[in-house]
Design a protein around this ligand. Structure first.
Ligand code: ADP
Ligand code: ADP
Length: 226
């Protein structure tokens, strides 16, 4: 069970800025939920608190039935995909995907199986020997996804993962991510400021503004009652 529950979550940054205000919503196990809203409304902050990369100032975050406010990111069974791909330039695609598992001392055969399986799912098997600089933007984004997939987390967090891609590729990758969600059967939490992206990808959409949740609904209802 990897549903999430945010109960009265607040973020006050050390400089006093109240970026996220009493945010409460549930994310069902295996759901594809999208957080949307203008730049600066608190989407990334919310996602980073779920990942454990940012401290929660007030409120409770549940994964399953457990409060995880004080649980280390490593122990949350969550992986995050960033918009800047953060691939290691001197390593091959294979090594990039294997690196996190190596650090965690996974057996070599297990690493090999996981990397090859992720590469198959993403259709990047032939890219495994290449270096990041020999890849297109879309291919790099797939490798970044691959690095998260090999960890087999219950929850994927994505912060504007397509925003560095050109318009055509973005549309293609939207469809690929939807397919990936079906194939992996895990929970996706997806942040974007792009309304079209939100409407076409999520089964539910959380609309944020100025640090608060304004609306939570399915795309159809939000389209009809914005
Ligand atoms: P979004 O992802 O919706 O663009 P963010 O969550 O990144 O928004 O930021 C929400 C607000 O918090 C913005 O006004 C931003 O400037 C502010 N903010 C983000 N990080 C910090 C920080 N480390 N210290 C102070 N304010 C921050
Ligand atoms: P990677 O697995 O990306 O190569 P590391 O294994 O060096 O990175 O992890 C560094 C720290 O960042 C660890 O505390 C780990 O839990 C955290 N971390 C690594 N990758 C992610 C991710 N995708 N999402 C959330 N936290 C992560």
């Amino acid at each position: 069970m990897a549903g999430l529950n945010l109960k009265g979550i607040n973020k006050i940054y050390p400089n006093g800025y109240h970026a996220v205000k009493d945010v409460s919503f549930e994310i069902e196990d295996k759901e594809f939920i999208v957080l949307v809203g203008p730049s600066g409304c608190g989407k990334s902050t919310t996602l980073r608190m779920i990942a454990g990369l940012e401290e929660i100032s007030d409120g409770q975050l549940y994964i399953g039935d457990k409060v995880v406010n004080d649980v280390h990111p490593k122990d949350r069974d969550i992986a995050m995909v960033f918009q800047n791909y953060a691939l290691y330039p001197h390593m091959s695609v294979y090594e990039n995907m294997a690196f996190g598992l190596k650090l965690r001392k996974y057996p070599k055969a297990d690493i090999d199986k996981r990397v090859n399986n992720a590469a198959r799912i993403l259709g990047i098997e032939e890219l495994l020997p290449r270096k990041p600089k020999q890849l297109s933007g879309g291919q790099r984004q797939r490798v970044a996804l691959g690095r998260a997939i090999v960890r087999e987390p219950k929850v994927f967090l994505m912060d504007e993962p397509l925003s560095n891609l050109d318009a055509k590729l973005r549309v293609q990758m939207r469809a690929e991510l939807s397919k990936l969600h079906k194939e992996l059967q895990t929970t996706f939490v997806y942040v974007t400021h792009d309304q079209t992206e939100a409407m076409t990808m999520g089964s539910r959409i959380v609309v944020m503004k100025d640090g608060v949740v304004q609306q939570i609904d399915n795309p159809q209802t939000i389209y009809e009652h914005p």
